[in-house]
Design a protein around this ligand. Structure first.
Ligand code: AMP
Length: 300
């Protein structure tokens, strides 16, 4: 596995990789959710690139940029063992040199929910993802359903701005008790950790109520909200359109149940799909049949 640190060297080396090329963007502190994306990319591409970049542009001034967990050596070892060909870990100063003055701003889909609570967050996400796409020129890029509004924002600018990269969204990986894996789960106290799975039970209950015929989003969400346990404090719980993130007047699939609960200063973010007619999931990209290309194997 090669490691590169600048956009120019990333592009030069990425252009030598056998195509199709799959890219897995991350902020590091890797867990099984990230590694599932790498495995998916490995099974669908001839080459796999991962990136690790804690992107200052997507953190607000009072957020956890400084204390965000960083574990570069362990991450690099795991990526190499998972068969990644190229690791792009740019320096912030090379991504945002003095005079940097541009951003990608996405419309309504980026304005509600996380966009409303984290001003500028999705501009930072869209801008850095666009920069990663220019550096790596991936055939496909892999994202987790865990950050579902992020996937909707990325799908929107990729479509609007004619990016050639195919966006693949893979299911959320969870702890056995239902808590979605997150690099930020290390911040949880034992008491917060014990209550954390109640958020997943809450969103599942909303999705199940809609599947059972509940059409009123407020009633469906009230069922879920009642399940969230202290010390978690629910910030929002809603049934939204999977593409636009507009709250639905009538709860029916295809849709997404989105929720955030605060555990002290840590925000737990989760969502589940409500399938559309025929059971089609509105978020997750179906796995592609294996293609006939020579897959480079991890070095022993
Ligand atoms: P992050 O390092 O948190 O920016 O996440 C990098 C990628 O991993 C994003 O596409 C996330 O949506 C995805 N991801 C994070 N947590 C999970 C999870 N529990 N299951 C699946 N994908 C995840």
């Amino acid at each position: 596995m090669q490691i590169v640190r600048t956009p120019g060297s990333a592009r030069a080396i990425a252009r030598t990789l056998p195509r199709p090329v799959g890219l897995v963007p991350t902020m590091g502190a890797l867990h099984a959710g990230h590694l599932a994306l790498v495995r998916r990319a490995r099974s669908e591409n001839a080459s796999v690139v991962a990136s690790i970049f804690v992107n200052p542009m997507q953190f607000g001034p009072s957020e956890d940029f400084e204390k965000y967990p960083r574990a570069f050596e362990a991450d690099a070892e795991q990526l190499e063992a998972a068969g990644v060909d190229l690791l792009y870990a740019p320096e912030a100063a090379r991504m945002y040199p003095p005079g940097f003055a541009s951003a990608i701003t996405v419309g309504d889909v980026s304005r509600g929910f996380e966009g409303a609570r984290r001003p500028g967050h999705f501009d930072g996400v869209a801008t850095v993802v666009a920069k990663l796409f220019h550096a790596i020129e991936p055939t496909s890029a892999y994202f987790g359903q865990k950050d579902v509004q992020q996937t909707a924002v990325i799908r929107t600018f990729v479509r609007d701005l004619d990016f050639a990269t195919n966006i693949v969204v893979a299911p959320t990986i969870r702890e056995p008790d239902g808590l979605a894996l997150s690099s930020r789960n290390v911040y949880l106290t034992p008491e917060q950790r014990a209550a954390a799975p109640s958020l997943y039970r809450a969103i599942r209950a909303v999705a199940d109520a809609v599947a059972a015929g509940e059409r009123d989003p407020a009633r469906a969400c009230a069922i879920g909200a009642a399940l969230v346990e202290a010390p978690l404090a629910l910030e929002y719980l809603a049934v939204v359109d999977a593409q636009t993130f507009a709250p639905l007047g009538e709860a029916a699939g295809p849709a997404v149940v989105v929720a955030v609960a605060a555990a002290g200063t840590t925000r737990l973010l989760d969502n589940v799909s409500i399938p559309g007619p025929g059971g089609v999931d509105p978020i997750v990209t179906p796995a592609r049949p294996r293609r006939a290309f020579s897959v480079s194997r991890p070095k022993q």
